[in-house]
Write a protein that binds this ligand. Structure first.
Ligand code: HPA
Ligand code: ZN
Length: 338
């Protein structure tokens, strides 16, 4: 099964670039930038990656991002992720980045985005990995700060595909950002949002109705609301689910309790993603593999999940057709259907 998952063509639609910062790179960049980390070693840092909830993770995640200082740092971070994608047969990616994590500590807006875009372009040319970049607003910060971030992004309008919403979900409902999302949509950007990870199913309704999202990030708590489930099915709204993340942040107690395959079988357009792989113990293939181990995911289900990851991406229709035909070929070789 491991080889099957590795060879299967797929995309990744829910990945925070800052969450792909491996401890080894964190230490390397800290040294390069003369920053002292509050951990004595890579091992001690890894040992600290035990979280009881989203906030405990976010506290370490924002602290870790402090080592990212220069355009080259953001290039190196993104390039390391792209190489993982190449090794895992991830052929199209839609990574998130959080400009406010950097601008709030005095890094100019242009530094992260130019480093990231330069690496993504190189990945397209040298590795054949297509991309669409998504800029996230931190929902624990103010509406005003989100508006300022959108203003700073204006010169990069054509390099961005969508805006998203991440960080502490509880107490920061979608409605707080309805106006800034409206402004983003008026600029022609698509929208996505984290909703129904720790927050209630109502936040998924609000992400759809107040933020006009094309996809919901996480969304696993939709299962608590049968009317919402029917809407997700009727309107073919994809969920970007992150199994290992959900386990590490205690959204589910055990992987055996995860609802992704149940949702898949009920006709919800779920996809598999890694969220913050450096913190949660695995990239996208490890997430698929965890589903096989704990839930007995079949090859047919894996192919359906990969097909969703292509179909509900923001790639061009030509690119999607190309990726789907590669997946079709792979499926036939394994006596499966698309
Ligand atoms: N949820 C909310 N915010 C985040 C996450 C997440 O899983 N990862 C990085 N920022
Ligand atoms: Zn996320």
């Amino acid at each position: 099964m491991e080889r099957f998952i590795t060879n299967m063509p797929k995309t990744e639609l829910h990945l925070h670039l800052e969450g792909s910062l491996e401890p080894e790179m964190m230490f390397r960049l800290a040294k390069r930038n003369n920053i002292e980390l509050p951990f004595p070693s890579v091992e001690a840092l890894r040992d600290a990656y035990n979280f009881n909830n989203l906030q405990e993770f976010l506290d370490l995640y924002y602290q870790g991002a402090d080592v990212l200082q220069t355009e080259q740092d953001f290039y190196d971070l993104t390039w390391a992720y792209l190489q993982r994608c190449k090794a895992e047969n991830v052929m199209h990616i839609e990574p998130f980045f959080d400009p406010q994590t950097h601008t709030d500590r005095g890094i100019p807006f242009d530094i992260p985005i130019t480093g990231i875009l330069r690496a993504l372009e190189d990945g397209q040319v040298r590795l054949g990995i297509s991309y669409k970049l998504i800029m996230c607003f931190l929902r624990h910060l103010s509406e005003e700060s989100a508006f300022e971030t959108l203003r700073q992004a204006t010169p990069y309008r054509n390099q961005l595909t969508a805006v998203g919403l991440d960080s502490s979900e509880k107490g920061n409902p979608p409605e707080k950002f309805s106006r800034v999302f409206e402004a983003a949509r008026e600029m022609g950007l698509l929208t996505v949002a984290h909703a129904g990870e720790e927050g209630p199913a109502q936040y998924i309704w609000d992400a759809l109705d107040l933020l006009g999202v094309s996809r919901v990030d996480h969304g696993v708590r939709a299962i608590e609301d049968p009317i919402l489930m029917q809407r997700l099915i009727d309107e073919s709204i994809a969920l970007t689910v992150c199994p290992l993340s959900n386990l590490k942040l205690c959204v589910f107690r055990r992987m055996e309790d995860h609802n992704i395959l149940d949702m898949l079988d009920r006709g919800i357009k779920v996809t598999v993603n890694s969220d913050d792989p450096a913190y949660f113990g695995g990239y996208v293939n490890a997430n698929y593999l965890a589903l096989e181990k704990a839930l007995g995911m079949t090859k047919q289900q894996a192919i359906k999940l990969a097909a969703n990851s292509i179909e509900f991406s923001f790639a061009s229709e030509t690119r999607k057709a190309r990726l789907l035909s590669e997946l079709q070929l792979f499926a036939r070789q394994h006596q499966c259907e698309l």
